[in-house]
Design a binder for this molecule. Structure first.
Ligand SMILES: [Zn+2]
Length: 106
């Protein structure tokens, strides 16, 4: 079980208090009605399953109810960084430029 320190509340709490919101860079299409069924299914169900550092969205559901981001190693589950959305650019390419590459090859 993960222990997550909410950047808004400031206290480390068990993972059970939080809801996983998916990869940080996953953005809902602006006009989903224009997608084919295959494209929509791909958006809903296909994930990269990255081995290494991954940025994720989490919500402190049973606390302050705020959304925030976590950089987590998907192999060791070590949480390397926790940030509010205001602290992190939305585009992964910008994040990659800052960190020199977040994803490790599988
Ligand atoms: Zn909180």
């Amino acid at each position: 079980m993960l222990r997550i320190k909410c950047p808004y509340c400031g206290s480390a709490r068990d993972e059970d208090e939080f809801t996983f919101g998916g990869p940080y860079d996953r953005v809902r299409p602006l006009a989903p009605q224009e997608l084919s069924d295959e494209q929509w299914a791909d958006f809903l169900f296909t994930r990269d399953n990255i081995r290494g550092n991954l940025l994720e969205r989490w919500r402190h559901t049973f606390g302050c109810r705020q959304w925030f981001g976590i950089e987590r190693d998907t192999v060791s589950h070590e949480i390397r960084r926790i940030f509010t959305f205001a602290e992190m650019p939305r585009q992964m390419s910008a994040v990659n430029q800052v960190d020199g590459g977040l994803h490790e090859a599988a």
